[in-house]
Ligand binder design. Sequence first.
Ligand code: SAM
Length: 282
Amino acid sequence: MNQEDDAPENAYTADPGSADDAEATRRDAGEAESSRASRGWWDRNADEYQSEHGAFLGDDRFVWGPEGLDEADAALLGPAASLKDKDVLEIGAGAAQCSRWLAAQGARPVALDLSHRQLQHALRIGDDIPLVEADAGNLPFRDGSFDLACSAYGAVPFVADPVNVMREVHRVLRPGGRWVFSVTHPVRWAFPDEPGPEGLTVSASYFDRTPYVEQDERGRAVYVEHHRTVGDRVRDVVAGGFRLLDLVEPEWPEWNGQEWGGWSPLRGNLIPGTAIFVCERA
Ligand SMILES: C[S@@+](CC[C@H](N)C(=O)[O-])C[C@H]1O[C@@H](n2cnc3c(N)ncnc32)[C@H](O)[C@@H]1O
């Protein structure tokens, strides 16, 4: 993957690399272009993503991000015992590892993802979870279909209109339902996405919302990541009809020695890498 000095590299996602000749830049990218780019990128890179990170993610573990915060310990969706018989929508589910953990708690998860290839990996692991291939911005479910919704780095960082996703999640949730999602911590946007010391010096404005785009030789986006500040994300959640209950910034645990793209013990001990928004449907 190419990277320009002034462009924060796409983070949780990028290390598998995209089209060899892709050029990294910062420019606007609308909803349709972002969605098309995400589907293509994840279809092309799903194999590498799963082979590189599958062991850490585990087949039936619910990990919120590279720090390794586990839902079994964090209980951000509620105590594990309360998940029994709950209808749960996982958005941007990838190979549905989180859904498989939810099913083990007695919940009824549905795993949704835009990428056909990611969902094929879900099938490779097991055919126990209902899978839906769809865009988070247009959820193919009736109003009030779910008790809970969750997303570990799925969809939200990649969409041009996150408020639309919030509204869609609000629509398909029942009143009082929780919506918990993790994204790259917004402060990371200001730093180069490097795991070493070079990733500790501010190189771009935290306030510059211009999307990070990799484009092919004809200028078509092949990867897009959208930046929102912390305040933007709070406003998005509220505009979508949610109350924000908590904003969790997992600290880097001593046991975790892995590097994942720009995430590393070095940086993780100094600056946050993941932000988890715990919301409740008003
Ligand atoms: C970083 S992966 C996370 C996958 C999984 N949650 C995990 O922790 O491994 C991001 C996922 O979001 C999916 N995604 C990206 N944009 C999406 C969209 N607009 N709608 C639904 N899924 C999307 C991608 O296909 C990919 O599987």
